[in-house]
Design a protein around this ligand. Structure first.
Ligand code: PGA
Length: 272
């Protein structure tokens, strides 16, 4: 299937935040902003990824207030179906709860939970089999960037997914999120030029695999804020953002969504 432009997304990754009362407050405020401001073409390209504990209450809060904002899991078990995997949530159980998206491979999962390529392949495979749309995160460390290996590292992380996912799934079920590890939660963001250069390299790497992958959405993440979002949104290969800290403030998150999803910015034809 050919597409005019990659679809744009603005995804809020709440990580291990916040408490229930605060989460309710953010959602109420976000809905108020969405309902009063008509500049956003559509809210179905906005996604919030809360903790598993709050996934369904946030989903209900968003639907109850008639917005199209979607929810995403932040992670998924490498094991499929149901069974004796204490603490895990499988892709099938996520899909059963009518949640359509999940993040996989976030650098915090890679670094703090030692999620290696084998584990991530299992997770992507499980998510695709359950019909989820995967936001697959890639990114280099500062050391890797300074030693000139950033592109090689990022492309090899993407290569791993080709081991377990066929072209059709790539075309319809994968969103790539480039998040330089040194820019996450540090207040340091990649310059729009550096981010755009990496996004262009990722797109070229995908096209080298198959020309049908030219329109995959590639998001940027790492200290995205309302003040740097407008410039990032002008970069042709940056098709949205994965926002951490700033997504915990409804006004900031909404402003970032406006930067990417107002009329002149949205895609004409969705990739997914
Ligand atoms: P940050 O996090 O926006 O707080 O840097 C981004 C992420 O980890 O997804």
């Amino acid at each position: 299937m050919l597409h005019a432009k990659p679809k744009r997304w603005v995804i809020g990754n709440w990580k291990m935040n916040p408490a229930i009362a605060e989460s309710t407050r953010i959602i109420v405020q976000l809905n108020e902003l969405l309902q009063t401001d008509k500049t956003l073409k559509s809210s179905d390209q906005i996604i919030i990824a809360p903790t598993f504990l709050q996934l369904l209450s946030v989903k209900a809060g968003l639907q109850g207030l008639s917005s199209n904002v979607q929810v995403s899991a932040q992670d998924v078990s490498r094991y499929q179906g149901q069974g004796a995997y204490t603490g895990d949530v499988s892709a099938q159980l996520i899909a059963d709860a009518d949640v359509k998206y999940c993040l996989i491979g976030h650098s915090e999962r890679r670094a703090l939970y030692a999620e290696n390529n084998k584990i991530l392949r299992d997770k992507v495979c499980a998510a695709i089999q359950a019909g989820l749309i995967v936001v697959f995160c890639v990114g280099e460390t500062l050391e890797e960037r300074e030693s000139g290996r950033a592109e090689q590292v990022v492309l090899s992380q993407i290569e791993e997914v080709f081991e377990c996912v066929d072209l059709t799934a790539w075309q319809h079920k994968i969103i790539v999120a480039y998040e330089p590890v040194w820019a996450i939660g540090t207040g340091k963001n990649a310059s729009p030029e550096d981010a755009e250069a990496m996004h262009a390299a990722i797109r070229q790497g995908l096209v080298n695999k198959d020309s049908s992958l030219s329109q995959i959405s590639i998001l940027y993440g790492g200290s995205v804020k309302p003040d740097n979002a407008p410039l990032l949104a002008t970069c042709p290969n940056i098709n949205g953002v994965l926002v951490g800290g700033a997504s915990l403030d409804a006004v900031s998150f909404f402003k970032i969504a406006q930067a990417f999803l107002t009329d002149g910015q949205s895609s004409d034809v969705p990739v997914i």
